[in-house]
Design a protein around this ligand. Structure first.
Ligand code: NOJ
Ligand code: CA
Length: 685
C-alpha cells in the first residue's frame, strides 16, 4: 500500500487549548483516505456550521471541491447542520470474483475504505449517521449508513442533500431527470454548467481530459437519485418523489445506495470500469446456470411498426401459426429464444392507461400457449414471455406468483416486462384493499417492486428483462437473473420517425446509459427502415456493430425473419456473435463520437471487434494488441461499403473481406457517417 494510503484516515487536531482559541477558530477534525495507488484522495471534514463535507482530488488536483452531505426530513430538523466527526475506521480489500455471465469473466475489487462517524449536537436532534467511502484507483463511492439510535427509529427523508461540486469546467452528456418519457430520450451534450436536472449515469469530460461519470450502486429500499444542478458546477442529489410525501421512508438501521464517481484519463477508462458492480453484494440467489446468454428473435417489430397488433383481431401478431414459424426460424439459425408479445389477454382497446386489464396467465384464443411451448421445447428453443403491465403494478403483483409458476411449468426461462406509463404514472397498491397510489418509475415503491419481481422470478428459475425500468445500479451481481433492461431510447423509436435516434445516439449510449449495465437495445434491423419506410440513421454494418457496442446477455435480432433471411451474410454474423464474454476492451472511441470494442468469446478462442460511429466519417487504425500471442487469426470483416452513409440509400452499402492477422498488427478501417463494423477473429490452423 502507498504511503498516502497508509497515512489515510488520520483524525487530526482536536480542539486547541482555550487560550489559543480566543484568537484562532478551533480546528476541526479532517479525515482523509487514498485509493490503493494513492492517486485518488478523499478528504472529509465539517464546516463552521457543523455541516459535513467531502472533497476528492486526483494526483493532487481537485476534482470535486468541498461538497456537503446530509438529509432533510419531513418530521424533524434537517440532518445537515450541527455535526461533528466522532471517529473513523479504515480497511482495505483486494479480491477477484467471477461473473456468471457478462462483459468479462473475472472482476477485481481492489479498494481502500474509510468509515466516518458523524453525530449532531443536541440542539439539532443528536442524530448519528456514518458515511462509508470506498476508493478504487478508477473511481470512488460512498453511502450513508444510519445506525440504530435512540433519537430516530424511522427516517422520513424529504430529500437527500448530497453535493457534487465539480471543480473544473468541461462538457456533460445527459438526459433530463423526471421528464415524462422516463429515460427514453436523446442525450444532450452541453457545458457542465448548462445541465439542469439529469438522470444518472451522467458523463463529463473535463477540459483537462479527465473523464467522470456520476451514478449510484445498489439501489435497494430507496428512491433513485437525480442529479440536480444547484449553481455553476455545483450539483445536488434529489430523490425521485413518492406519493407518501417523504421520498424515502426506512426503519433504522439501513444503508443508502452508494453514490459513485468513475474517474478516468480517457473514454476507455470510463467503460472498462466495474465500480458499481464492486459496490454491490455478491450473488444472493445461487446457481443461475439455468440461464444461458443467448440471441433471440421475436414477434415484435411488426407490432412496433404497426403492421401487426398486440390486440386480438385480423392483424394479431401473436398467433400460434406465426409463433411456430418463428420457432422454426430460430431453431434453424441457432437463436435460443423467441419473444412473443400480445399473447395474453388485456391488449384489446387502448392498452395504454388500462394496465388493470392485463392477464399474465390467460392466452388469447388464437394463441395456444401449451402447444407453442411444447413445439419450442422439441426444437430446443425457449419461448420468452412478455408481461406488459401498463405501469399497473397493483394488478401485476397480484398475479406475479401464479404467472411465474406457469411459465416455469412451460419450460420458460426468461420474461420481458414492461411499464409503459408516463413518469409518475405507476399505479401501486394503496394501504387499504382496492386503493391505489401513483408513483414514479424510479421511486422507492417501484424500486421495491422490481426487486420483488426479480426475487419471485428467481424462485422459478426465470430471468427478467425490464422495459421502462428503474435504471441499473449493478444489482445483476446480487441477482444474476436480472439480466438486462431497456432504460434508454431503444430501437423502437426508429420505427416511428426518420432518423429518430440519430446517428450519434448509440456512440453516446456506450459512454452514458451503458455504464450502468446491459441494455436490451434490440439491434438487427437489417432492412434499415421503420414504419412507412422511414430510414434508420444507420448503415447496414452499424446494425452488426451494435452487437459489440451495446452489451446484453440476451441480444435480439429484431427485424422480421423474412428480412433477416434476405441478408444471409449479415445473418451469418448475428448467428456467430456471442452474448457472453471473457474479456471486453474499448480499443478506440470518444464519448458521443464512436466506439470500437474488442471482446473475447467466453466459450471459445475467438475474438470479435467492432462497434459504431456517429455522424462524421472517420478513419481509424485498430491495434490488434489484445490478441493472444503466437496465434494467427482469420479475420472475417463486415464493414461500410465505399460511399456508404446513413443519409441516403447508400446506407445499405456493405463490404466484406477476409484477412489474416496476429497480435501487434494494425488494421485500418473506414467508418461511414452513421456507420459501423464487425469482425470475427478465429484462430487459424
Ligand atoms: C415498450 C417496449 O419498450 C417495447 O419493447 C414493447 O414492445 C412495448 N412497450 C409494448 O409492451
Ligand atoms: Ca420502451
Amino acid at each position: 500500500m502507498s504511503r498516502t494510503a497508509m497515512l489515510g484516515a488520520l483524525v487530526a487536531a482536536a480542539l486547541l487549548p482555550s487560550s489559543v482559541q480566543a484568537q484562532t477558530p478551533p480546528r476541526r477534525p479532517v479525515v482523509t483516505a487514498a485509493s490503493p495507488d494513492g492517486s485518488l484522495v478523499v478528504t472529509v471534514t465539517t464546516d463552521n456550521d457543523g455541516r459535513a463535507t467531502y472533497s476528492l482530488s486526483r494526483k493532487g488536483k481537485l476534482l470535486i471541491g468541498a461538497s456537503k452531505l446530509g438529509f432533510t426530513l419531513t418530521d424533524g430538523l434537517a440532518m445537515v447542520r450541527g455535526f461533528r466527526i466522532t471517529g473513523s475506521e479504515t480497511a482495505s480489500a483486494d479480491s477477484t470474483w467471477e461473473q456468471p455471465w457478462g462483459e468479462r469473466r473475472f472482476v477485481r475489487d481492489h479498494h481502500n475504505e474509510l468509515l466516518v462517524r458523524l453525530e449532531q449536537n443536541a440542539d439539532y436532534g443528536a442524530r448519528r449517521m456514518n458515511v462509508r467511502f470506498r476508493l478504487f484507483d478508477n473511481g470512488f463511492g460512498f453511502r450513508y449508513e444510519l445506525p440504530e439510535q435512540p433519537a430516530m427509529k424511522t427516517m422520513k427523508i424529504a430529500d437527500e442533500w448530497t453535493e457534487f461540486s465539480v471543480a473544473q469546467p468541461g462538457t456533460a452528456w445527459w438526459i433530463p431527470g423526471g421528464e415524462w418519457n422516463r429515460y427514453e430520450q436523446v442525450y444532450q451534450k452541453t457545458p457542465i454548467d448548462a445541465v439542469s436536472t439529469a438522470h444518472t449515469p451522467i458523463t463529463m469530460r473535463l477540459d483537462d481530459g479527465t473523464h467522470l461519470a456520476f451514478h449510484e450502486a445498489a439501489l435497494v429500499g430507496y428512491s433513485g437519485m437525480w442529479f440536480k444542478r444547484a449553481d455553476g458546477q455545483l450539483f445536488r442529489s434529489t430523490l425521485a418523489p413518492s406519493s407518501r410525501g417523504a421520498r424515502v421512508i426506512r426503519d433504522l438501521p439501513f444503508n443508502t445506495p452508494w453514490r459513485t464517481v468513475r474517474v478516468a484519463d480517457n473514454a476507455a477508462g470510463l467503460v472498462e470500469n466495474d465500480l458499481e458492480l464492486n459496490l454491490n453484494e455478491p450473488n444472493k440467489i445461487g446457481d443461475v446456470s439455468w440461464f444461458k446468454p443467448m440471441k433471440y428473435i421475436g414477434i415484435w417489430w411488426g407490432m412496433i411498426r404497426g403492421d401487426w397488433t398486440w390486440a386480438e383481431g385480423p392483424r394479431h401478431g401473436a398467433t400460434t401459426e406465426r409463433t411456430k414459424q418463428y420457432i422454426d426460424f430460430a431453431a434453424k439459425n441457432g437463436f435460443g429464444g423467441v419473444l412473443v408479445e400480445g399473447w395474453d389477454k388485456g391488449w384489446n382497446g387502448d392498452w395504454f392507461g388500462h394496465g388493470q386489464d392485463f392477464s399474465f396467465t390467460e392466452p388469447t384464443p388464437d394463441f395456444d400457449l401449451k402447444a407453442v411451448t411444447a413445439y419450442a421445447a422439441k426444437q430446443k428453443v425457449q419461448l420468452i414471455g412478455h408481461n406488459e403491465t401498463g405501469g399497473n403494478i397493483a394488478n401485476y403483483e397480484a398475479q406475479l406468483e401464479d404467472a411465474m409458476k406457469l411459465y416455469q411449468s412451460l419450460g420458460m426461462h426468461a420474461v420481458k416486462t414492461g411499464y409503459v406509463a408516463d413518469a409518475g404514472g405507476i399505479i401501486a397498491p394503496g394501504d387499504k384493499p382496492g386503493e391505489t397510489r401513483m408513483e414514479y418509475h424510479d421511486g422507492q415503491r417501484q424500486v421495491a417492486h422490481h426487486l420483488k419481481v426479480v426475487e419471485t422470478a428467481a424462485k422459478y428459475r426465470i430471468a427478467i428483462n425490464e422495459h421502462e425500468p428503474v435504471k441499473d445500479t449493478g444489482l445483476r451481481r446480487t441477482y444474476p437473473n436480472w439480466i438486462d433492461r431497456e432504460g434508454a431510447r431503444g430501437m423502437e423509436y426508429n420505427a416511428w420517425g426518420q432518423f429518430a435516434n440519430g446517428p450519434d445516439h448509440e456512440p453516446t449510449l456506450v459512454y452514458t446509459r451503458m455504464l450502468s449495465g446491459p441494455m436490451d437495445y434490440t439491434p438487427g434491423i437489417l432492412s434499415l427502415e421503420g414504419a412507412n419506410h422511414v430510414p434508420l440513421a444507420s448503415t447496414l454494418a452499424k446494425q452488426l456493430g451494435l452487437y459489440l457496442a451495446l452489451y446484453s446477455p440476451i441480444q435480439m435480432a429484431s427485424d422480421f425473419i423474412e428480412s433477416l433471411a434476405a441478408h444471409p451474410k449479415e445473418l451469418q454474423f448475428i448467428r456467430q456473435v456471442p452474448a457472453d464474454w471473457s474479456e471486453s476492451h474499448l480499443i478506440a472511441g470518444e464519448v458521443g463520437d464512436f466506439a470500437i470494442f474488442a471482446r473475447k468469446d467466453r466459450n471459445s478462442e475467438d475474438w470479435y471487434v467492432g462497434g459504431v460511429n456517429g455522424h462524421t466519417a472517420r478513419d481509424v487504425t485498430l491495434a490488434m494488441d489484445f490478441l493472444d500471442p503466437g496465434k494467427t487469426y482469420i479475420a472475417t470483416v463486415w464493414k461500410d461499403g465505399e460511399g456508404a452513409t446513413y443519409e441516403t440509400d447508400a446506407r445499405h452499402r456493405i463490404a466484406y473481406a477476409t484477412l489474416t492477422v496476429k497480435k501487434g498488427d494494425k488494421l485500418p478501417l473506414w467508418l461511414a457517417p452513421g456507420g459501423g463494423a464487425a469482425i470475427r477473429l478465429h484462430p487459424g490452423k
